[in-house]
Design a protein around this ligand. Structure first.
Ligand SMILES: Nc1ncnc2c1ncn2[C@@H]1O[C@H](COP(=O)(O)OP(=O)(O)OP(=O)(O)O)[C@@H](O)[C@H]1O
Length: 354
């Protein structure tokens, strides 16, 4: 390892992925494998195709490019296993980028929890910060887009939302709020043992809301905007300090988008217009006008989330019970509609209407 390269102390030896036995190396479903983007030669990329990063990870392609970082598919040449490498430049606009330092800190704290990516290593080189982690499926937003009717069945949505709530409960228990919950930050595992497990991604915008003592931090009078306009709560539009409640509101909007195909404010550009529609949706009780047809199953969930006290720990169990109605009697381990061995997309709704 070069002198300018440092990895975290507890991470010098990459760890084996949990539950990833040798016989499980066949992918679950080609449709949800991460798709590679071309690494354009004229575009400066942090890592190059076929480069052997830190003499161990061979760069196979670019999976994603976010506002801050790039995500590459790489092969661990020692173990012959695929991994994802998230990279961000160490400096942004002349300032030291702290986003991924916080992200890897929180991801390390969460290791052992089922809904976070496994980390095999993290650190920095002269120019970049990096996290080497478990390779996952395409994100839930892209799974939805790849469905012919651009939405997901009630049965899939129920199980995605159930697992998102569990993932957030784990994060909130460590004292952090996520602040960017959305379908693009949710993926599934790709091996048989992990393909039904939803993984929450992108901890780059987390913030501590609870002290080690368990006491909540004093909220700021006016917080900066953090998150994605389409999914943030009304409180975030109003610049309130975010709490676990606000992550759950983003889960709530996610459920609507996945089930119906789009949120009512999808085509609005101005944040104030989006806010107005969000207010119409829930401010004076859940508005039945926006919950017609297949969306009616979400009314109870919307009511329960929007009536949650933002200054108290949410009742996660109650929320999970409420959303289970969408997929019962199926279980979290039954195949999803995008899996090859799944019989019919409507199977779940038929069962629900019995
Ligand atoms: N471990 C992974 N395996 C497979 N795909 C991944 C993995 N991590 C991230 N991705 C893909 O890359 C996309 C961007 O990842 P992420 O949100 O972590 O990056 P980001 O730079 O913080 O993005 P943004 O600026 O949009 O928030 C995700 O939506 C997902 O599709």
């Amino acid at each position: 390892m070069s002198k300018e390269t440092k990895q975290d102390d507890n991470n010098l030896t990459p760890r084996a992925p949990q539950n990833q036995k040798n016989e499980e190396k066949t992918f679950a479903n080609k449709e949800i494998l991460p798709k590679m983007k071309k690494i354009e030669s004229e575009e400066p990329s942090h890592l190059q195709l076929n480069e052997k990063f830190l003499k161990r990870w061979s760069i196979e392609g670019l999976i994603g490019k976010g506002g801050y970082g790039e995500i590459y598919l790489a092969v661990d040449v020692v173990k012959g296993e695929e991994v994802a490498i998230k990279v961000e430049p160490k400096k942004r606009r002349g300032k030291l980028a702290k986003r991924m330092i916080l992200e890897q800190h929180v991801m390390f704290k969460m290791q052992g929890k089922p809904h976070v990516p496994l980390i095999f290593g993290s650190g920095y080189t002269e120019k970049i910060n990096f996290i080497i982690m478990q390779i996952l499926s395409i994100n839930v937003g892209d799974i939805k887009k790849s469905n012919p009717n651009k939405r997901l069945s009630q049965c899939s949505v129920g199980r995605i939302i159930h697992q998102s709530i569990t993932a957030l409960r784990d994060l909130h228990e460590t004292g952090y709020v996520h602040r960017d919950v959305k379908p693009a930050n949710m993926c599934f595992g790709i091996y048989p043992s992990s393909r039904h497990i939803l993984i929450l991604l992108d901890f780059g915008l987390v913030r501590r809301y609870k002290l080690d003592s368990g006491e909540w931090r004093e909220p700021r009078v006016r917080a900066g905007f953090r998150g994605t306009t389409r999914y943030v709560s009304i409180r975030v539009h109003r610049r309130c300090e975010q709490s676990p409640y606000d992550d759950l509101v983003s889960v709530m909007y996610t459920s609507y988008e996945l089930l119906s195909g789009e949120l009512p404010w999808k085509h609005l550009e101005k944040s104030e217009e989006v806010l107005q529609l969000k207010e119409i949706m829930t401010e004076n009780g859940v508005n039945p006008e926006l919950f017609k047809g297949e969306k009616s199953v979400l009314m109870d969930f919307f009511k329960m989330v929007s009536e949650t006290d933002p200054y108290k720990t949410p009742n996660y169990d109650q929320l999970i019970e409420c959303i289970k109605v969408l997929y019962s009697p199926k279980t979290l381990t039954d195949p999803y509609e995008w899996e090859e061995n799944h019989k019919s997309t409507d199977e779940c709704s038929e069962e629900n209407s019995k």
